[in-house]
Design a protein around this ligand. Structure first.
Ligand code: FAD
Length: 320
């Protein structure tokens, strides 16, 4: 059976959910071989094995933390040369997409980014993408070289599938370019205790209708009752009510959660571009004609200042 490389996104050995989802998709195509790099790489092995990795290629070196993405590209290229995989799957994070693009160029392959599904085709993996603000779904197949495919978080379920997960050291020789851009400072964002926006299973977002930074407290309260991340429309971000890092849409982040709740958001095409692939969409808007209602699964026509706190209380009561 062909092997499929999965690039592991992890923090000091703690594997991110998006990588476990890639293992589910990789198993459709062949045998997943995970590539874990940097501090704690070997510590990822047990989790990866539980989710289907037959092998875990690891390499730890200071370069992965001290420099930008090129050392990781060098390592993935070494893994491709060692394994000759049927495909390389990479999480669609900002870093993942840069690593994948550079890798594809290096190995002379085609690339598909932001896939939301993967299936086996007669001539290789077929990726589904959601394009033009999710008004079209396309299917594509990389026709040159080893397919490099980035996959959006929440595109597949995390499945337990115990496999050997044999750890092997990957031999990596860093290129001259690897040390070209040094990281000079790292400032971790203050933790909100909420899940990362692009990985969250539930996202609760507020827009111009929230009408002030202080009012985002009710959006946050709803999010916290659900264990959700908080997002915002550009109008809310531009008004300075919520950080830019939380903006969802064409010029913000793209999310694809199981549940997306939009409050006081009209549903402009640029906002839809970042959330329309959400599995279930709920909107709360006082204007029954708001375009967001064209794409929702459930819509509430009402004042968010009435509806959102009631919803939060109801969820808290039901959770006990
Ligand atoms: P509005 O469109 O003003 O909608 C506010 C909604 O709140 C209305 O529907 C109103 O009925 C409702 N409302 C008001 N009060 C209440 C209340 N009390 N209770 C319930 N409902 C209420 N936008 C993004 O979001 N993300 C992007 O990445 C993005 N990128 C862009 C890129 C470009 C190049 C351009 C030109 C625009 C971009 N925009 C983006 C902006 C986009 O076009 C819209 O202007 C923006 O999404 C509107 O945000 P909104 O829905 O919060 O505000």
């Amino acid at each position: 059976m062909a092997e499929v490389l999965v690039y592991v996104d992890h923090v000091d050995g703690a594997v991110r959910k998006s990588t476990l989802e890639l293992l589910t998709l990789a198993r459709r195509i062949g045998e997943p071989v995970a590539v874990a790099l940097g501090n704690g790489a070997a510590d990822t092995a047990a989790t990866l094995a539980e989710h289907g990795a037959v092998k875990v290629l690891t390499h730890e070196a200071a370069e992965y933390a001290d420099y930008l993405v090129v050392p990781k590209v060098d390592a993935l290229q070494a893994a491709v040369e060692a394994v000759s995989p049927a495909a390389v799957l990479v999480p669609s994070s900002a870093e993942g997409k840069e690593v994948a693009a550079r890798l594809a160029l290096r190995i002379g392959s085609g690339i598909t980014t932001d896939a939301v599904d993967l299936e086996v085709g007669d001539e290789g993996p077929v990726a589904t993408q959601s394009v033009f603000a999710a008004s079209f779904t396309t299917k594509s197949r990389v026709s040159k070289g080893t397919p490099v495919i980035t996959v959006k978080p929440n595109s597949a379920a995390v499945e337990a599938a115990p496999a050997a997960g044999a750890v092997e050291a990957l031999a990596v020789t860093f290129s001259v370019q690897a040390t070209g851009t040094k990281v000079t400072a790292r400032t971790p964002r203050e933790s909100t205790g909420r899940p990362e926006l692009t990985e969250a299973a539930i996202v609760v977002s507020g827009g111009r209708g929230v009408n002030g930074a202080e009012n985002f407290a009710i959006i946050e309260a709803l999010a916290d009752s659900l264990g959700a991340a908080v997002g915002a429309s550009r109008a809310a971000v531009d008004a300075g009510w919520y950080p830019h890092t939380s903006q969802i849409g064409q010029t913000g982040k793209s999310v694809s959660p199981q549940l997306y709740i939009a409050s006081g958001i009209s549903g402009a095409i640029q906002h839809r571009a970042g959330m329309q692939t959400s599995k279930t969409i709920v909107a709360i808007n006082k204007d029954a004609e708001a375009p967001i209602f064209d794409l929702v699964d459930y819509g509430v026509v009402g004042d968010l200042f009435d509806v959102v706190p009631q919803l939060t209380e109801e969820i808290k009561t039901r959770k006990g």
